[in-house]
Design a protein around this ligand. Sequence first.
Ligand SMILES: NC(=O)C1=CN([C@@H]2O[C@H](COP(=O)(O)OP(=O)(O)OC[C@H]3O[C@@H](n4cnc5c(N)ncnc54)[C@H](OP(=O)(O)O)[C@@H]3O)[C@@H](O)[C@H]2O)C=CC1
Ligand SMILES: CC(=O)C(=O)O
Ligand SMILES: [Mg+2]
Length: 422
Amino acid sequence: MTDLKTAALEYHAHPRPGKLSVELTKATATARDLSLAYSPGVAAPVREIARDPELAYRYTGKGNLVAVISDGTAILGLGNLGPLASKPVMEGKGVLFKRFAGIDVFDIEVDAESPQAFIDTVKRISITFGGINLEDIKAPECFDIERTLIEQCDIPVFHDDQHGTAIVTAAGLLNALEIAGKNLPEAKIVCLGAGAAAISCMKLLVGMGADIRNIYMLDRKGVVHSGRDDLNQYKAVFAHETDKRTMSEALEGADVFVGLSGADLLSPDDLNRMAVNPIVFACSNPDPEIKPEVAFATRSDVIMATGRSDYPNQVNNVLGFPFIFRGALDVRATRINEEMKIAAAHALRELAKLPVPEEVKVAYGVDSLEFGREYIIPKPLDPRLITLVSDAVAKAAIKTGVATRPYPENYPLKSVNDVFTG
Ligand SMILES: NC(=O)C1=CN([C@@H]2O[C@H](COP(=O)(O)OP(=O)(O)OC[C@H]3O[C@@H](n4cnc5c(N)ncnc54)[C@H](OP(=O)(O)O)[C@@H]3O)[C@@H](O)[C@H]2O)C=CC1
Ligand SMILES: CC(=O)C(=O)O
Ligand SMILES: [Mg+2]
């Protein structure tokens, strides 16, 4: 772990600080080039955009530019460490947007004294961007922030920790249930965490067929139940009448554990309470609710996923946000709706069942990757993600009437290099 810490600090510090930079996309070699890029030539697109704001998509980078914005109140599972400390994560999201979907990102860390101040800041700068990815904003404030910004902005606003996580969790869970010989409507699910990611994951699962009566949600005070008078409106949706109070009680006979809470909160004893072929998604970052080696030492029948890159089955929103925004930007969707999210989940789910290209196996240093307990969800380095997930999202946007552009000529994209060939 110390090695990883040292390597991570070195990685971020050298050869230059940070992980990404702004690049030029036009010639700047001659005086003529400069007279086009800047004064006097730049006045021409200025006048055009003043005449017709839509032309910002033609003459500026707006259409391929996403703001990754945080207030630093829920940085991964590390908690409220403030906006500046969130910058490595936000730059990291920028790296993933660019690497996997060719999307440019400005990371913006907002020192806001209140949710309203945050909303006002984001609203004022929103015209710069083709989309807004809200990141690592704690519940319950995140819900109102996202809803208000969706209402006020005519570009997609998407809280990644809610919906990106939910989409990827749903895809992985449907596959894990299939492998375990179980199904979503009957699955007994325990969700540790009742924040941004947890509430949204459980909502999407219910939307996709889970029975809310089979879901037990827990926060720091234990089971979310109807006898509690301290529940916010978002948790209250999942409160039902039960005499269960602790995670141990909730886990008795459970089929699924979804952890969206913090490190090392699922004990071997509690894992032993779960049904045969238990599915454990220990998704807290950087440290899962239970380490895979502990889980496997406890039970050989566990189907295990984490949010991390260094174990099999990475259930992480990196599989969602780059490709979802790619699809949404390319048909210039005004929002990212439920149908687009569900289309993305199904595309991810189906991709895991296709034969895996050699280059993916090489990238992960394995001889074989086949749909099964150790491979329930595609790998982030799979080049087919942009092809299938962005396509599914774009088609769903068109079908549901939120696209303002037709199906792109360069779709389905063969790779990230295809992005500007349309
Ligand atoms: N793998 C992935 O792709 C993703 C993983 N995550 C992970 O999910 C976790 C939560 O993130 P997010 O939802 O954004 O944060 P929030 O701050 O919105 O929510 C955190 C939730 O975790 C609960 N919690 C924290 N500690 C405990 C504990 N000891 N026992 C029970 N519940 C606890 C909190 O309970 P209370 O309500 O009582 O405060 C709260 O409900 C993080 O670890 C994050 O890394 C998030 C997004 C994506
Ligand atoms: C992956 C991610 O977004 C998180 O852990 O917050
Ligand atoms: Mg996050």
